[in-house]
Design a binder for this molecule. Structure first.
Ligand SMILES: NC(=O)c1ccc[n+]([C@@H]2O[C@H](COP(=O)([O-])OP(=O)(O)OC[C@H]3O[C@@H](n4cnc5c(N)ncnc54)[C@H](O)[C@@H]3O)[C@@H](O)[C@H]2O)c1
Length: 323
């Protein structure tokens, strides 16, 4: 199977590439290196024996379309994205340029290149908005409820692409599965800054605690998230290669964890003795979100295999080794 992975040098994309190569697949990696790093692809470059190649390109450019048409991948795993929720609020246009127009370019080129399937990366934490507590854990069919309104342009972009996917499947015969990822955590997730992005809380706390520094919790820490380990997420992508046709599918643990509880777990693992500093809640952040992974089990045969205790242990070990 010949696959193309966009966003290949990023946190999730690089883990996906390592697994595809371990299965003996031929992989073309594409990334503009805006937030990803070639260091994440070091294992892939070492191990690949001619089955791996990397192209530095922007998904909004004609170069990406040309690469897709030249290489004719059977499957495209589309992960490249503007991933900063707060930046999307400041600058919705540049968010949409990458997340909507860039994705549209990938879909158009894929349909012209005869690609069989696109596995698109949506966001379980953002497309549903702030669900009424009675609707938690949130199921995929809630995405088109009038009250399911994304709180950020990033969430909007990750939602409206779903309509383009349906259009390309119905009219151009390009199959798809859209994975709505919960909060993914694991090795190689690097905080974008001191404050970090909202989805990077495990990485931010781990780095700070291991560096002997205190952490700030924005809000009172009762806000909840659904944390899913990166290896499990990669398994969902692989399952989506030939299952889940034409579906939006949540990929999460189904377990709701407060940021305070996450803090306590990580403080124990890292030996941090600091109490958290509480700062003002950040506007636009959800209070509670947890996704229902039942459809992933039914359609993809996927279930999370790594529980939080084990996942955090592995993650902290990696941050300790790379400190
Ligand atoms: N990490 C999470 O918790 C989470 C949750 C839900 C959805 N997602 C989605 O998963 C995908 C991967 O995210 P990640 O956490 O690995 O982030 P990441 O920043 O590590 O990876 C994104 C990659 O895309 C690349 N990229 C960005 N803009 C590009 C462009 N215009 N052209 C080509 N490449 C470009 C970046 O350089 C980076 O390598 C994204 O689509 C993100 O929206 C992530």
């Amino acid at each position: 199977m010949r696959s193309l992975v966009t966003g290949a040098a990023g946190f999730i994309g690089s883990h996906l590439i390592d697994r595809l190569l371990a299965e003996g697949e031929e992989v073309l990696a594409l990334d503009n290196l805006s937030s990803g790093s070639l260091a994440n692809l070091a294992d892939a470059r070492r191990s690949a024996m001619g089955k791996f190649s990397f192209q530095r390109a922007d998904v909004t450019s004609t170069a990406t379309a040309d690469i897709i048409k030249r290489h004719k991948p059977q499957v495209i795993f589309h992960l490249a994205a503007q991933v900063d929720v707060r930046k999307s609020v400041r600058d919705p246009l540049s968010d949409a340029m990458v997340n909507v127009i860039g994705t549209l370019g990938v879909l158009q080129a894929a349909s012209e290149a005869g690609t069989e399937k696109v596995v698109f990366t949506s966001s379980g934490g953002c497309i549903y908005g702030e669900p009424d507590p009675s609707r938690l854990p949130v199921t995929e069919d809630q995405v088109y409820l009038p009250e399911s309104m994304p709180e950020s342009p990033y969430g909007v972009s990750k939602k409206i692409v779903l309509d383009y996917l349906r259009y390309f499947k119905a009219v151009k015969g390009l199959d798809y599965t859209a994975l709505a990822l919960a909060n993914v955590y694991g090795p190689r997730q690097e905080p974008a800054s001191e404050v970090g992005l909202e989805g990077q809380v495990v990485a931010i706390f781990s780095r700070k605690m291991l560096g002997g520094r205190p952490c700030t919790i924005y809000g009172d820490g009762t806000q909840t998230r659904d944390f899913v380990y990166v290896d499990d997420v990669v398994s969902a992508y692989l399952a989506a290669r030939d299952k889940g046709s034409g579906e939006l599918i949540n990929v999460g643990s189904g377990v709701e964890l407060s940021v305070n509880d996450l803090y306590r777990n990580l403080a124990e693992l890292t030996g941090s003795r600091f109490e958290p500093i509480y700062g003002a809640a950040r506007p636009g952040e959800l209070h509670r979100i947890v996704v229902d992974p039942t459809k992933a089990a039914e359609q993809l045969g996927w279930r999370p295999g790594v529980d939080l205790a084990e996942g955090l242990k592995q993650t902290v070990a990696w941050f300790r080794a790379t400190a």
